[in-house]
Design a protein around this ligand. Structure first.
Ligand SMILES: NC(=O)c1ccc[n+]([C@@H]2O[C@H](COP(=O)([O-])OP(=O)(O)OC[C@H]3O[C@@H](n4cnc5c(N)ncnc54)[C@H](O)[C@@H]3O)[C@@H](O)[C@H]2O)c1
Length: 305
């Protein structure tokens, strides 16, 4: 049992997974949600994660559930905020943390897109404010982007990286508080080109996905794009860039093709039509395939550890 005490604010999709990560690694966790039914359902959802990943169910007693915010954070060394993605909601939570959490506690936000400097501006000692961007589902995807705002101290970065490593996560240090951090910039740079290829009639959406999954995507989990460039030689990457870079999509703002789809209500699997047509069975199969893959990867990782 570690002496470092964790508080998690928000027991939704991300928050209950973050609470599980620490509880299953032997940390005492206080979980708070302002919405009583969500908090009441959290023990069952966390128990399901212990079962899913074959962890010792005794670890469930490491989680305390508090509807009272002040009690949840009173003894915390680290607080992970995972409430709604709205600046005003997060700022209220950080003002409450300023009032009720210990003065030395590290305050981390799981925001996907709001600048860390915006979330943390209500805190007096901003050196202890940091971004920890987990990926969904946090209990299955090991990466956490640890985002250093201008005001975040190196000590806060070091302690956060060390804590995340100690519980088996893979933290990376993002040295600037920029939109999309690293992962979403990469993901959306790729999506921009994917959409442009379809919008310009080069291929359909299914073909784009096939090229990624059965082409270069097949190796991405074991070799990153820059490792791969080093492997084949930077001269080749330069030669390709001389021909290709100027031709890549540079539409300023969202592609009109995407804007039009959303305006027509073609928003994806939930409605049966997005970039592609989906039956409910096909949508369920994709979700099940993704879940199976992530669960197998997480189980294999914990067996190797
Ligand atoms: N869902 C994802 O794929 C994903 C991935 C990475 C990061 N994030 C980020 O994580 C955060 C949480 O996302 P989520 O998907 O878990 O949302 P969610 O809606 O599932 O959960 C948010 C929870 O916060 C609670 N809440 C709202 N205001 C509160 C307050 N003032 N005090 C206490 N609790 C409050 C809600 O009751 C809800 O249970 C967001 O910032 C989101 O951008 C989400």
């Amino acid at each position: 049992m570690s002496n470092t005490r964790i508080a998690v604010i928000g027991a939704g999709l991300m928050g209950h997974g973050i609470a599980f990560i620490f509880a299953s690694a032997g940390y005492r966790v206080s979980l708070h949600d302002a919405h009583a039914p969500t908090l009441e359902s959290a023990p069952k959802r966390i128990a399901a994660l212990f079962e899913l990943l074959g962890r010792d169910p005794a670890g469930q007693v490491n989680v305390e559930y508090h509807l009272d915010f002040a009690k949840a954070v009173a003894n915390a060394d680290f607080v992970f905020e995972a409430v709604a993605e709205k600046p005003e909601v997060k700022q209220v939570v950080f003002a409450q943390l300023e009032a009720h959490a210990p003065a030395g506690a590290i305050l981390a936000t799981n925001t996907s897109a709001i600048p860390i400097r915006e979330v943390g501006k209500v805190v007096k000692n901003q050196q202890r404010v940091i971004g920890t961007h987990y990926w969904n589902p946090p209990h299955l995807i090991p990466l956490v982007e640890v985002v250093q705002a201008e005001f975040t101290s190196q000590d806060t970065v070091d302690k956060t990286m060390a804590l995340l490593s100690a519980v088996g996560m893979s933290p990376v240090h993002v040295k600037k508080d920029i939109p999309g951090f690293i992962g979403n910039r990469l993901q959306h740079a790729l999506k921009r080109e994917c959409i442009a290829l379809v919008a310009n009639g080069v291929c359909d959406a299914e073909t784009v996905d096939k090229v990624v999954k059965e082409g270069f995507g097949a190796r991405l989990a074991v070799i990153g794009p820059l490792e791969q460039s080093d492997m084949v030689g930077l001269g080749l990457t330069l030669d390709i860039h001389k021909v290709l870079i100027a031709d890549l999509d540079r539409t300023p703002g969202p592609d009109p093709y995407l804007v039009e789809k959303v305006a027509k209500g073609e928003t994806g699997m939930a409605v049966g039509q997005g970039f592609r047509k989906w039956t409910p069975e096909q949508a369920a199969e994709v979700r099940a395939r993704l879940n199976r893959f992530l669960v197998d990867a997480a189980r294999n990782k914990s067996q190797r550890a």
